[in-house]
Design a protein around this ligand. Structure first.
Ligand SMILES: Cc1cc2nc3c(=O)[nH]c(=O)nc-3n(C[C@H](O)[C@H](O)[C@H](O)COP(=O)(O)OP(=O)(O)OC[C@H]3O[C@@H](n4cnc5c(N)ncnc54)[C@H](O)[C@@H]3O)c2cc1C
Length: 428
């Protein structure tokens, strides 16, 4: 027998679980489905290899959902300083400061207590599952993949791999970058694979927990340090991210831990504290991907299912949370107005608000990538940039970094101009 809900959310990653918690709080009958088992956190566990820098905006949203206090009780590391600087020798390298000392944004100068938190994905996901699961109108279906979808005029329906059938006024695909819902709903994507990949390395270092997160740009790609909690005995955990060619990362991954530790210590800036252990490593291909539309009849996409961006400024899930919050408000308004949850006028509002914002962040990441990758910037880029814009660059640099890190809402005009001229972006 088919079980009926208002909204069926496929994918209980951070974005799907946040949306379920938010809709549940507003009394919507929600089915939240994930092919994986429920996340599990234990304070004695080493950190999850996947961590995210959560912006102040995401923190506010997670507080609204009731998840933030639980995240703080588990593990979250605030950072009060953030540095982005340039070690490349590049015609446009004046866009960013040259040394860490010139490049630090400090929460104190912004009258804020902190700039953001580094949180393990497993911690955020678990807190959100708990928030969603305690809402009486939310039902969790863990350990079952969606294999079939009907996107009908009157109602939509999904079938799970054990034959369970769930119907809803609306199906939300929050099932990540390779979204099956997106494919089953016939929504295409534009996709560009970057030449760099990212290797994430979970390490311990000597010394107390640092309050700074930083990223230095090198000719072969950025190298970043994200502080995590104390490991006891005078050591702390951190997550390092090393962007490089797939070949170089494969070579590094094949090294034993002590050889890799020596390579890291050599290749990273002197600001990296002395490492004591490498605990885990994984590499990720990186791609820019955008769904051609976010809505098709009774199917809506959110989070990585709708867009993936270059993770170099750590904005992916922050955008996904903004999608979830927007969709939640749009659906609440539809209900208040007595409209169907799948009303095209209502769902258009979601797409009209979120697509330009997501696109803007994609463009910013591409400005970073093109300006600081080891390739000479395309000649036409330099030509189109013009002298006036080039002169304005150094003044824009702080604002670019602040925007990319979620501190500022607006990109400086010179960068908007430049982003519009980057190759391959018109179709986004
Ligand atoms: C190296 C790296 C570093 C990053 N750093 C940051 C950062 O610092 N800050 C930041 O904001 N973002 C960061 N990101 C991006 C961030 O990790 C993603 O944007 C985020 O995880 C997307 O969340 P999501 O819930 O949309 O999708 P996902 O996390 O992919 O979740 C999708 C869920 O759907 C489930 N699912 C899939 N298919 C099915 C199916 N058929 N049936 C049922 N369930 C299904 C999966 O099991 C999964 O739980 C980083 C990404 C990378 C690669």
């Amino acid at each position: 027998m088919t079980q009926a809900f208002d909204v069926v959310i496929v994918g209980a990653g951070m974005v799907g679980a946040a949306l379920a918690a938010g809709l549940g709080r507003s009394g919507f009958r929600v089915a939240l489905v994930d092919q994986g088992a429920a996340p599990f956190f234990d304070a004695s566990q080493p950190p999850d290899i996947r961590v995210s820098a959560l912006s102040a905006g995401s923190e506010r949203y997670l507080t609204e959902l009731g998840a933030w206090p639980e995240i703080l009780t588990m593990r979250a590391t605030p950072y009060t300083r953030l540095a982005v600087w340039d070690e490349t020798d590049h015609p446009l390298s004046s866009v960013l400061p040259r040394k860490i000392a010139e490049a630090v944004f400090d929460a104190r100068n912004l009258s804020a207590s902190h700039l953001g938190h580094i949180v393990e994905n497993r911690v955020t996901q678990q807190a959100l599952w708990n928030c969603a699961g305690t809402q009486p109108s939310v039902t969790l279906f863990a350990g079952h993949a969606v294999t079939r979808l009907i996107n009908g005029d009157d109602r939509a329906e999904v079938t799970l791999d054990d034959g369970t059938e769930l119907s809803g006024e609306l199906i939300v695909g929050a099932d990540g970058a390779s979204s099956g819902v997106r494919n089953l709903a016939g929504i295409g994507i534009t996709r560009d694979q970057y030449q760099q990949q990212a290797m994430v390395i979970s390490v311990r270092y000597q010394g107390p927990v640092q309050d700074i997160t930083w990223q230095g740009f090198y000719p072969s790609g950025p190298r970043a340090f994200l502080p995590l909690h104390s490991a006891g005995s005078g050591e702390s955990w951190a997550s390092l991210v090393w962007y490089d060619s797939p070949e170089e990362l494969a070579r590094l991954k094949a090294l034993d831990n002590s050889a890799l530790m020596a390579e890291i210590q050599n290749a990273f800036p002197p600001e990296l504290p002395p490492l004591t252990h490498i605990d885990a490593k994984a590499s990720f291909p990186i791609a820019r991907q955008h769904a051609r539309k976010y809505v098709n009849n009774r199917v809506v996409l959110a989070g990585d299912a709708a867009h993936t961006i270059n993770p170099l400024a750590g904005q992916g899930v922050n955008l996904g949370f903004a999608d979830a919050r927007c969709l939640q408000l749009v659906l609440r308004e539809a209900r208040r107005a007595g409209n169907s949850l799948a009303s095209p006028a209502q769902l258009d509002q979601y797409e009209q608000q979120r697509r330009p914002a997501n696109r803007r962040m994609m463009l910013t990441m591409d400005v970073f990538y093109h300006l600081f990758s080891n390739r000479t910037p395309p000649l036409h880029l330099l030509r189109n940039l013009g002298l006036g814009a080039a002169k304005a660059m150094p003044f824009a640099r702080n604002r670019v970094a602040k925007y990319a890190m979620g501190i500022d809402d607006e990109l400086p005009p010179v960068i908007r101009q430049l982003a519009a001229k980057l190759p391959g972006l018109k179709q986004l």
